[in-house]
Design a protein around this ligand. Sequence first.
Ligand code: C2E
Ligand code: MG
Ligand code: MG
Length: 513
Amino acid sequence: MVGSSFTMVFPEEDGGVVLSRHQKFLDVGGSLGGEWRVRRHDGEFIYVWSESVALSVEGASLNRLVYVLDITERKRSEELIWKQAHYDAVTGLPNRNLFRILLEEGRSRAELEGHRLALFLIDLDHFKEVNDILGHSAGDMLLGSIAARIKNSLGDNAAIARLGGDEFALIINEPDYPEWVDGFAQRVLDELARPFHLDGEVVFVSASVGVAIYPDDSANVDDLFKSADQAMYEAKRAGRNCFSYFTPALQCAALNRLHLANELRSALTNDEFEVYYQPIIDLRDGSLKKAEALLRWNHPERGVVGPYEFISIAESTGLIVKIGNWVANEVIDKIIFWRERFLCDLQISINVSPIQFRVSNASDFDWVRKIEDAGLDGRSLLVEITEGLLLNADPLVKKNLLFLRESGIEVAIDDFGTGYSSLAYLRKFDIDYLKIDRSFVEDLDGVGFDLCEAIVAMAHRLGLKVVAEGIETTKQRDVLASIGCDYGQGYLFSRPVQFDSFTAMLSKRSGCA
Ligand code: C2E
Ligand code: MG
Ligand code: MG
């Protein structure tokens, strides 16, 4: 700095502040301490720490000792640490920490200025599957492109962040509520709906968006987050690729879930579960060959509660393992009874949650031993799993599946065609049946027909049998039979029924009395 002028050392933009402090420096008692950004003689900017002491006054001149320390390195690493703590490395967007700060700032401003603020939570649908299929680096690239697209569609009044995984968040200040918010949410979905091109692959993405508004929905940031999260959950339930607002009804549903979770714990000990059986029919001759076990909860106040209302809660609380084992044991007892009574082959399928495969060891499937002890053919039981389980199959899942197969138990893929259907795993995991999802059967007049035909042809080629779910009309049955589908299940034949009714059906079955 020696020999440099004031304006050379200090950058213009900092000049004003520096000058006023410099003024003080000229006073006898004043000191010029603190951090400064200064220009080195070679023109480069560095950060310095300076401290000064007045030594003596000699007439008009003031002698000072000033020492200056170059702290540029420290400043840079501080900046880096701050960046790492507040920004997401993959997308370059603010992370959850910074987003909370921004949201709190936005909220206080909204409160002060008396306007609204909208919080969007955006959760990508099935992103994990993209990651699993294309690999993590492609997944990261996709996240980067998604971030860029959403960012470009934003105006000045919005901020975007990546909260982690496949979750993004937006703050919209002063939304022209509510039409504007609708339009905005739709715009985000539309932006994401256009295909992404990654490394020669074309990838389609959709998202579920939850929206909560300050101060209408919640008075503070924490509750606003919770509200948006519930709304997002609702969008997922509504079939994904859509947005949903937080409403008091949603809050009610959330409380309801909490309540149910508590009650579920006692349902097993209070013997409130009951297995219903839905016949599965051989489409060639209409005979009853199999049935699917479907769980019902006889709730003391609500009456019969269906699995859609409680299975996901049981999964998220881990109770599903106990419940699943209970169902299996119960079903095996009934198979033993029917086999002895009617002396015929009968196969009952049970739905086994992916959670059960991921957390259990083969030794936890004690019901497999029960089949062996009773001298039953393993094929009297079939386990229905979902595509997702195979896609993310870790060694434990594979081991558990193999354990079932070695006991002769057959395996079906449930709701086939609704997830990321990969043909490779059908071979790799030795699957016996595909169950065509009800949505395709419903749409047999449209594109569903081609899909069903293709699934049947492919399955047969690979040596698998096909069950069509949700057959409600004779027309659907006939069409499916004509394309060679092996089995059918649906309200046309029978709804799921209780043990006694199903026993009555079996006793009427030809050749089985
Ligand atoms: P899923 O395994 O795909 O079972 C078929 C569902 O479709 C059943 O619903 C059945 O009642 C319904 N369904 C059958 N035929 C028709 C039809 O013709 N039309 C219509 N609209 N629906 C039909 P449910 O019993 O409500 O079960 C829902 C889901 O809950 C099951 O889907 C299954 O994934 C799960 N679930 C049921 N029981 C258990 C269980 O014991 N353990 C586990 N982990 N999941 C279960
Ligand atoms: Mg099923
Ligand atoms: Mg199904």
